[in-house]
Design a protein around this ligand. Sequence first.
Ligand code: ADP
Ligand code: MG
Length: 292
Amino acid sequence: ATPTSIMVGTGKGAENGILIKGAEHLENAHRLTTIVLDKTGTITKGEPEATDVIPLAGLAETELLRLAAGAEKNSEHPLAQAIVKYGQRQGIVLPEPESFAAIPGHGVEVTLEGRRILVGTRKLMQENNVEFTAELAAIEQLELEGKTVMLFALDGRLSGLIAVADTVKENSAQAVAALKQMGIEVWMITGDNVRTAQAIARTVGITNVLAEVLPEHKAEQVDALKKQGKVVAMVGDGINDAPALATADVGFAIGTGTDVAIEAADITLMRGDLTGIVAAIRLSKATMRNIK
Ligand code: ADP
Ligand code: MG
């Protein structure tokens, strides 16, 4: 590409909220065959709201909320913040944990008022020998609705379920349709469970779903697609996405996301919605046409 056409392309991108870090990224974007989209905060708004609070094992609802919100108060995770916000809105005073450990991709393990609390995935419960088979049907039903269900265990016993729902961004379905129209294969990647992931994927028109992918494995999945000969873009917003953004042929960060993701990416979408990817690819194609 000529320096002039690249400069024009980069400038046009900037005018449209697409910040391109280097000439090679604008050139690479027109060759993309495959786009991998993170779910939370990329396809969805990333602002989950608690929808269902289900106390179990004789625990009162307010006590479930008090303990769960106290357990999550030191977690940065959007799911944790959804529980904390819900608890605070009910006017509950949050207790301070004695010890706190975040388990990435799984949940939290906390000591609170001398009691051992776990909040997180089924896997987290399995690993700690917490029995939940009696609630499996209820959990799966909520997941089919596209909700993420967090299991709550108190001293080794399943004592509650808290479901949260995240809203899909207005333009996500439109952007996915436009990408497919361009002949690009679209994937969703998430740490969330398969049922929730597929429910969200369905609403935006994605059929290729990689679910229950641990943060450290997102980059491996991108690499596996590259090894199949695909030219792969990763789009993400989280700290978790940074290695995958760096591994991809082109990394797109959501401008409203974390600084870590923006630093790892090649192109930042300042408007925060996925139509920016479509615009970036069109810009790349136009730039390459101009120089031929
Ligand atoms: P995502 O890719 O959707 O951002 P993560 O990899 O961060 O997801 O987490 C995967 C799953 O682990 C979440 O869907 C949730 O069930 C569970 N989880 C992670 N962090 C927490 C937390 N602080 N509290 C409860 N559950 C959590
Ligand atoms: Mg995310």
